[in-house]
Design a protein around this ligand. Structure first.
Ligand code: PRP
Ligand code: ADE
Length: 178
């Protein structure tokens, strides 16, 4: 039986008041578990960079690992994890940051990339841009050229994508929510 073609945006589940009152959590697990939606999202993230040179995809823990790994595979690039504090075993650089519903610290291995490597940053969602800005700062500290950043979801009213663009990082997103 042929399945109806639903808009990618309809594959996202919205959960009010999670993890805090007033936050509408945009849950990508429903996109990931739908084989066609997952493929379409990864293909759309990859498309602008196919045919160009991306040496490494940097994915932000945790949801950026799932999407970033698939994107790296399709671009025949390496994958570099940007992790929450205390998870990486070798020498790291770290940075504290704030996000829509809290504060945290991100780390990257000092030798994760070769100086001048062209890096694509991938995550599921950009809200305040605090997380992605911290990741760009870490990547630049270890010598990366951050070519672009891409996300499935943008929350444009919060302004994070514009913050990244102000740092000279081109940003692409697949859909917007209020
Ligand atoms: C979420 C999301 C982004 C970040 C965006 O991650 O996956 O990484 O928040 O928010 P910001 O633009 O306001 O910084 P979260 O820290 O909840 O971690 P998780 O992926 O481990 O759930
Ligand atoms: N990360 C930051 N804000 C978020 C939201 N509203 N939904 C899911 N992840 C987020």
């Amino acid at each position: 039986m042929e399945r109806r073609h639903i808009a990618l945006k309809d594959s996202i589940r919205s959960i009010p008041d999670y993890p805090k009152p007033g936050i509408v959590f945009r849950d990508i697990t429903t996109l990931l578990s739908d084989p066609r939606a997952f493929r379409r999202a990864v293909d759309a993230l990859v498309h602008p960079y196919a045919g160009g040179r991306i040496d490494q995809v940097a994915g932000i823990e945790a949801r950026g690992f799932i999407l970033g790994g698939a994107v790296a595979h399709q671009l025949s690039a390496g994958f570099v994890p940007v992790r929450k504090k205390g998870k990486l075993p070798h020498k790291t650089v770290s940075i504290a940051y704030t996000l829509e519903y809290g504060t945290d610290e991100l780390e990257i291995h000092v030798d994760a990339i070769k100086p001048g490597d062209r890096v694509l940053l991938v995550d599921d969602l950009i809200a305040t841009g605090g997380t992605a800005t911290a990741a760009v700062n870490l990547l630049r500290q270890i010598g990366a050229e951050v070519v672009a950043a891409c996300f499935v979801i943008d929350l444009p009213e919060i302004g994070g994508a514009q913050k990244l663009r102000d740092l000279d990082v081109p940003v692409r997103t697949l859909m917007e929510f209020e």
